[in-house]
Write a protein that binds this ligand. Structure first.
Ligand code: BGP
Length: 461
């Protein structure tokens, strides 16, 4: 073993409720915005394949957890569906949902797989969206009731909680760039939504600590290092502002309890400051996270703004910088994302140097690939060597960071088994395990699944 990881390293993968459970309309589950958006526009991104037609984890969780065990997982991040637990977002809890999540958590623990549980993974209950979603303070309060119910119900067993998954994504998708419901373009609302999300996370941390349970609570952020085109002051400045918008906006309040000054300055200057109630900033200051999940897929390549936007165009972060295509960059052509393995090391180094070396883990990293069936061999196994390379090369950088003192505790792939995607339904596959939708969701372990089994067994490679 050349790359040996720290003892007790967390090997596993991540998934989310909406993307895997299916059963979106049974046992009392309420609708969330994805059920709703799919009904409204089934062909927008989803190719006529909605969240109902997924891997059916709701029914097959035992089989799936057995496969997790088989490929050596010692941990797994799932999420609880708010709309399953509280069909109206607030009010009465759904006993069938309580039973389901107890069963899943018990099954994981019985298989020596530690459950890491996320509380919000893009899936706003429709009833909550109808009163404004994260724009509304009422929804923040309802979220706190929901998460408190989760801590009370499952906190005896679950020792790792995550308030949000990639909270910036619903802001970008829903309020700026048109890929999540309610798909509007309104920077002022985007800021309010972002602010309330951050506040809700701090309030969840506060609610968790008030119960004095013996676990940890964190947040999962997608961090996208912003690399400047050159060391010219204008390029450096552009990259710094891009970083403020897309990384420090959530990272600073979550870990330090403060907001980045350069970002606040812009918001003030443009008249986009959110409504902040008395006491909020203390709540944010006093309730930073114990642990950080880092999702890393790709960096941003940034240069100074070259052309001014049309005066009538709505305000966007991109008023301050342009992206450029770095010559020679490596691409995953399926997803249109750059592959830059060292980015994962740069993030971990930044956390070590500038964020108190907070305890963290890689909570998502992965490679979406279209048409993987063509790699299925005569024995029926998908030979995804490209995914093995992708993981191995990223892990080398994680290993380097760990050996230099980063407090990184684990690596989770996105995702355990092929699942439904918010942006392309079943086109791009990410899993260690394939799911054949034409054969009643038949599972089969890919070559990468057998590979990670060895890595996990040896705690390295
Ligand atoms: C992350 C999300 C996941 C997952 C993943 C892959 O942003 O946390 O839920 O969807 O990206 O992205 P996609 O399915 O869009 O290719």
């Amino acid at each position: 073993v050349t790359y040996k990881f720290p003892d007790g390293f967390w090997w596993g993968s991540a998934a989310s409720a909406t993307q895997t459970e299916g059963a979106s309309d049974v046992d009392g589950k309420g609708k969330n915005i994805w059920d709703h958006w799919y009904e409204l526009e089934p062909n927008r991104f989803f190719d006529g394949v909605g969240p109902e037609k997924t891997s059916q984890f709701y029914y097959k969780y035992k089989e799936d957890i057995a496969l997790m065990k088989q490929i050596g997982h010692n941990s797994f991040r799932m999420s609880i569906s708010w709309a399953r637990l509280f069909p109206e977002g607030t009010g009465d809890i759904n006993p069938k949902a309580v039973e389901f999540y107890h069963n899943v958590i018990d099954e994981l623990i019985a298989n020596d797989i530690e459950p890491f549980v996320g509380l919000f993974h893009f899936d706003m209950p429709l009833a909550m969206q109808e009163i404004g979603g994260w724009e509304s303070r009422e929804v923040v309060d309802a979220y706190v009731r929901y998460v408190t119910a989760c801590f009370e119900e499952f906190g005896g067993k679950v020792k790792k909680w995550f308030t949000h998954n990639e909270p910036i994504v619903p802001v970008e998708g829903g309020y700026l760039y048109d890929f999540h419901y309610p798909n509007i373009v309104d920077f002022k609302k985007a800021v309010q939504v972002a602010y309330h999300t951050i506040l809700s996370s701090a309030k969840a941390v506060e609610a968790y600590r008030a119960l004095s349970q013996d676990g940890q609570i964190g947040i999962v952020l997608n961090l996208t290092p912003s690399y400047p085109r050159s060391q010219n002051p204008a390029d450096l400045k552009a990259a710094r502002i891009c970083d403020a918008f897309f990384n420090r906006s959530f990272l600073d309040p979550s870990v330090k309890g403060t907001f980045p000054e350069d970002l606040v300055e812009i918001l003030k200057e443009k008249g986009f400051m959110p409504a902040i109630a008395k006491g909020d900033l203390e709540t944010i200051k006093n309730n930073t996270v114990d642990i950080l999940g880092v999702n890393y897929y790709q960096p941003r390549r940034v240069k100074a703004k070259e052309s001014m936007p049309h005066p009538d165009s709505p305000f966007m972060p991109e008023f301050y910088f342009d992206y450029y295509e770095m010559p020679g960059r490596k691409m995953n052509r399926h997803r249109g994302w750059e592959i830059y393995e060292k980015g994962i090391y740069d993030i971990l180094s930044n956390l070590k140097e500038n964020y108190g070396n907070i305890e963290c883990f890689i909570s998502e990293n992965g490679m979406g690939v279209e048409g993987e069936e063509k790699f299925r061999n005569a024995e029926g196994m998908i030979e995804d060597d490209y995914r093995i390379d992708f993981i191995r090369e990223h892990l080398k950088w994680v290993h380097k960071a760990a050996s230099e003192g980063s407090n990184v505790k684990g690596y989770h792939l996105w995702t355990f088994m092929d699942n439904w995607s918010w942006s392309n339904a079943y086109k791009n596959r990410y899993g260690f395990v394939s799911v054949n939708l034409d054969k009643d969701g038949e599972r089969s372990i890919k070559k990468s699944g057998y590979w990670i089994q060895e890595v996990s067994k040896n705690n390295g490679f």
